[in-house]
Design a protein around this ligand. Structure first.
Ligand code: NAP
Length: 271
């Protein structure tokens, strides 16, 4: 916990019992010292999310990566110099056991000093794959579809399930989708990826309905066509532009926005 965090907490809480202090702290701190959880944090759009979020010393980011043995140099470098706090944990979103282990591992960085826990303000389900872009509807395979559903749909679904104890009033769940998940756009390839992104859109609608009584918003976002390994050479957007727009949109959400599909510009996308 940072010195500023300690100072704010002791200022806010003098005169309360420990349990009351923790509840009060949990209900107020997320507005001024927000906590973000992000999957797929080691490269591409995930790394840019970490870069922008951790540039503010008030922010904490739990940066989840597929494997702690993976390609982590850039993320570790960023974490070591960031103004904010960055915790690097493992979460393979295609593996239920790994997601459950992540649910246990977040307890430590989310621990509040009164024995309770801090709230997650933004859960950014960013990790994703587009492993068989060459497949069309005429030659797609069940194996490819299963793989995309596991990582791109069940990943965000299971992550929300295990992190539910840390989500509450004002929390936002953002599922990273794609323009290819919109039935309003017609593209002949990337069929299994597109199906998985259309499915994560529908998952978002269901999550928004089931979470709204708890004051939690769920939305999905298309980052645009961005220069990352997945976006490829022809992509048109720089990651900082895409992620800057997404964060601005996320920070401006109202309760009535839950269940919607946005682009990085904040415009709504046709389902
Ligand atoms: N770039 C675009 O133009 C574009 C457009 C629309 C939507 N999107 C979406 O944006 C998100 C990020 O894409 P990107 O462009 O940054 O892609 P990327 O450059 O390929 O990066 C993908 C990230 O996801 C992680 N990942 C993949 N499988 C995972 C798993 N099973 N568990 C945990 N992490 C996993 C990767 O980790 P490893 O390094 O360990 O593989 C990597 O950090 C994806 O959901 C993608 O569908 C991107």
């Amino acid at each position: 916990m940072s010195l500023a965090h300690h100072a704010l907490k002791s200022l806010t809480l003098s005169g309360f019992g420990t349990r009351q202090q923790d509840l009060l702290f949990r209900s107020t701190s997320h507005r001024t010292m927000p906590t973000y959880v992000l999957t797929g944090a080691n490269r591409g759009l995930g790394l840019e999310f970490v870069r922008q979020i951790s540039s503010d010393s008030a922010n904490t980011v739990i940066a989840a990566v597929r494997s702690l043995q993976g390609e982590l140099d850039d993320l570790k470098q960023l974490a070591s110099t960031a103004a904010g706090t960055v915790h690097i944990l493992e979460c393979n979103t295609g593996d239920l056991q790994s997601i459950r282990a992540f649910g246990d591992a977040v307890k430590q960085p989310l621990a509040g000093s009164g024995g309770g826990s801090k709230q997650i303000d933004y859960l950014l389900n960013n990790a994703g794959i587009n492993a068989t872009p060459e497949q069309s509807s005429l030659d797609m395979t069940a194996e490819s579809l299963r793989n995309h559903i596991d990582v791109n749909v069940m990943g965000p679904a299971e992550t929300v399930k295990v992190l539910l104890p840390y989500l509450g009033q004002g929390s936002v769940v953002m599922n990273m989708t794609s323009g290819l998940g919109s039935c309003g756009k017609k593209l002949p390839k990337c069929t299994t990826y597109s199906i998985s992104k259309a499915a994560v859109n529908m998952l978002t609608v269901h999550q928004s309905e089931q979470l709204k009584d708890r004051g939690i918003k769920a939305i999905c976002m298309d980052p645009g066509w961005v220069k990352t390994r997945m976006g490829g050479e022809g992509a048109i957007l720089e990651p900082d532009v895409s992620i800057g727009g997404m964060l601005k949109t996320l920070h401006g959400l109202k309760d009535s926005d839950t269940g919607k599909f946005y682009t990085y510009t904040g415009d709504e996308v046709p389902w």
